[in-house]
Design a protein around this ligand. Structure first.
Ligand code: ZN
Length: 416
């Protein structure tokens, strides 16, 4: 087994220049050398539900060409020896704060399990520190080993009966919404308020409207446990598009029938056993897996989406469908056009997996190989939380960061 390979992954990579695009096209055609070629892959295609032999050429951290074995020349070639090449996994709904970790450490826990894009709802820190807390979270998520994206917390506080450290309205979030790392409007938890026509909540949902916060609009995440029937219709009519709180197959099916994206949660709260039958029987197009909350122990000993894929496959789900529900489906929900599959122009977020029925990524790539970017990785680990850190505390944090660098370097030595 080899340790995962990381890179300095920008959450939103910069566009290619004209010259780079011209070169990229020639690499895709096999007429110019790639940075990296994966050879002898069994490519898992989540567009066509196929698995077939292929080589994959990577340039500028993106997938350029896909062709038969021997199609491409590369400055570096990785022979995956017939193992599966799988798109990097996309976590559609989680909360970094619930894992009691800062973004960099959370990313280090997730990335070895194959999660290469993670959408986190920072509503915990928003409840404590408001917009400055959100800005800190965005800053702390730069230069980490996966692509960390965020939602705009829609319910701060979660209900009028709570005493939170901040109260947010849509106007407070408009400026943040311009950050390209904002993926959606965060989970709309106060569904009774939505059904009662609460002005603040409806204005929050309106942040998803095309032209309000962003030109193309944002997805609006839901949170409506046990909401069914006509009240569910009202919630969907308000503009909420997904839900991860279903506890029964009947409830999940109702939500899927109304066009909601059905996120099956298997984290600290576990709904897979109850909801998987809907996927096995109705095969909804809009379905996927999320963790929501995970403890560091869960992340360490079970994993992230890889764990849910293993559990779903054990319960009878086709492995390619399970992968698709953890890659292409969440990417489609958020409108990502550059991840969630293996295709020309997509980010080279790739997993090498020996066995699809016991899904454990052996190698994880986020963009480019880690070796040219080691300096940046070390810098990332030296970054310390800056909210009110006193000078004396910074010395302690720097000492801990240096210790992290040592642990990281040791962990990157191939194990066999
Ligand atoms: Zn949540």
């Amino acid at each position: 087994m080899h340790s995962p390979l990381f890179s300095n992954s920008a959450s939103i990579p910069p566009p290619l220049t004209l010259e780079q695009k011209r070169n990229f096209i020639q690499v895709a055609r096999g007429k110019q050398p790639a940075d990296l070629v994966f050879t002898h892959c069994q490519l898992v295609n989540v567009f066509t539900n196929e698995i077939y032999a292929a080589d994959v050429a990577v340039r500028y951290g993106r997938i350029a060409g896909i062709g038969p074995v021997g199609s491409f020349q590369g400055k570096q070639t990785i022979d995956v020896q017939g193992q599966y090449l799988v798109p990097g996994l996309v976590e559609a709904h989680t909360h970094i704060e619930d894992a009691l970790l800062v973004p960099g450490e959370f990313a280090r826990a997730l990335a070895p399990h194959g999660t290469t894009t993670c959408v986190s709802d920072p509503h915990e820190i928003a409840n404590v520190a408001g917009v400055p807390g959100l800005r800190w979270m965005l800053a702390a998520a730069e230069n980490i080993p996966l692509r960390m994206l965020f939602t705009l917390p829609s319910c701060v506080p979660a209900s009028p009966y709570e005493s939170a450290g901040a109260e947010l309205v849509a106007e407070d979030l408009l400026e943040l919404a311009h950050d390209p790392r904002i993926a959606s409007v965060g989970e709309v938890m106060n569904y009774p308020g939505v059904l009662d026509g609460d002005e603040v909540l409806l204005d929050m949902i309106d942040l998803g409207r095309p032209g309000r916060a962003t030109p193309l609009g944002l997805a609006v995440d839901g949170h409506a446990p046990e909401l069914v029937g006509l009240d569910l219709c009202g919630y969907v009519a308000a503009g909420v598009q997904s839900d991860h709180e279903s506890v029964s197959a009947e409830e999940a099916l109702q939500k899927a029938r109304l066009g909601m994206w059905l996120w099956i949660r298997e984290g600290s709260t576990r709904n897979l056993d109850a909801l998987l039958p809907v996927v096995l029987q109705q095969q909804p197009e809009r379905a996927g897996f999320v963790a929501d909350d995970r403890t560091p122990g869960d992340l360490l000993y079970e994993g992230d989406l890889d764990y849910i894929i293993r559990q779903a496959v054990q319960r009878g789900l086709d492995p390619v469908q399970a992968i698709k529900m953890s890659s292409l489906h969440p990417a489609s929900y958020f409108g990502f056009k550059d991840r969630g599959a293996i295709a020309p122009g997509y980010l080279a977020d790739l997993l090498v997996v020996p066995d699809l029925y016991d899904f454990r990524p052996r190698q994880v790539y986020v963009g480019e190989p880690w070796w040219p970017k080691m300096a940046n990785l070390c810098l990332m680990l030296l970054r310390c939380p800056r909210i009110g850190a006193k000078r004396s505390n910074r010395q302690l944090i720097c000492a801990l960061s240096l210790w992290s660098v040592c642990v990281c370097l040791v962990s990157m030595v191939p194990l066999a």
